[in-house]
Design a protein around this ligand. Structure first.
Ligand code: IDP
Ligand code: MG
Length: 139
């Protein structure tokens, strides 16, 4: 099993609900390791870069204004098959349909405000990590 790094972001709704620690605990309890972490309020430009693949979709503006409305926690998570493992822990996009036991299934009731983001492929992970972390900021 390959050791991978994935980009994980706790969105402003997680920060507002004071569940940042709880969600990070779930990742650690799984056996994943924190390789990088920052608390930051994203600029519009940063949000547009992170969600560049969604530019032009009907929810794009709502998404950018949501993820820029308050602080987010930017993280690099490392472990065996971390990209797919973290996506599976997070659960499907729509919190109303996400199964119990997943992060979104347990904490989200919305398709837009759904607690966290995680990279969905090795290419996305590399791009998303590079948006927010220099090499010397990862341990
Ligand atoms: P993902 O976060 O599960 O990978 P994506 O389809 O990549 O889901 O969408 C990115 C983000 O855009 C979602 O996490 C959610 O915040 C928002 N989003 C996706 N689809 C909708 C929608 O239909 N309405 C409103 N927001 C949406
Ligand atoms: Mg996505």
């Amino acid at each position: 099993m390959p050791v991978e790094r994935t980009f994980f972001m706790l969105k402003p709704d997680a920060y507002e609900k004071r569940i940042v620690g709880e969600i990070i605990s779930r990742l650690e309890r799984k056996g994943l390791r924190i390789a990088g972490m920052k608390l930051k309020k994203l600029s519009r430009e940063e949000a547009e870069k992170l969600y560049a693949v969604h530019k032009g979709k009907p929810f794009f503006e709502e998404l950018v204004s949501f993820v820029t409305r308050g602080p987010v926690v930017l993280m690099v998570i490392e472990g065996d098959s971390a990209i797919s493992v973290v996506r599976n822990l997070l659960g499907p996009t729509d919190g109303r349909k996400a199964p119990p036991g997943t992060i979104r299934g347990d904490y989200a009731l919305s398709v837009s405000e759904n607690i966290a983001h995680a990279s969905d492929s090795p290419e996305a992970a590399e791009y998303e990590i590079s948006l927010f972390f220099d090499k010397d900021e990862l341990v």
